[in-house]
Write a protein of this length. Sequence first.
Length: 132
Amino acid sequence: MRRYDDPVEVRKGPVGNAVDDVEGALEGPAQFLWRGKLWKVRAVLAHWVETGAWWQSAGARAVIGTDDYSVVEPGEPLGEPVSRPGDRTGDLLAERELWRVEAAAGMSPDPGVFDLSFDWSDGSWQLVGCVD
């Protein structure tokens, strides 16, 4: 599977066996626009939720004693933790919802398998993987 981090526009609709049962319908990706092509979802192959990298947060590092602090002389107050590029110290409960779907562009008979990610923190969709 090739990895991507491309924003996509997603139109949601009922998925799986819930299509006939409108009241209990689970909504998921029905179509998505990626690189100028409209892809129609034929099947949802998997659906799961991932939590954020909580172990990389400042709070978790402080608990396990792995925060990097500036060297200080005895009696001086401790400095602030050294920030690292890409350090994600946001919400420990950040989640993203992932959907592995089989989809085809237009009337193409050859579908591909795509991983679509929905980020609950900002409401955005990303295409994160593709086998086509």
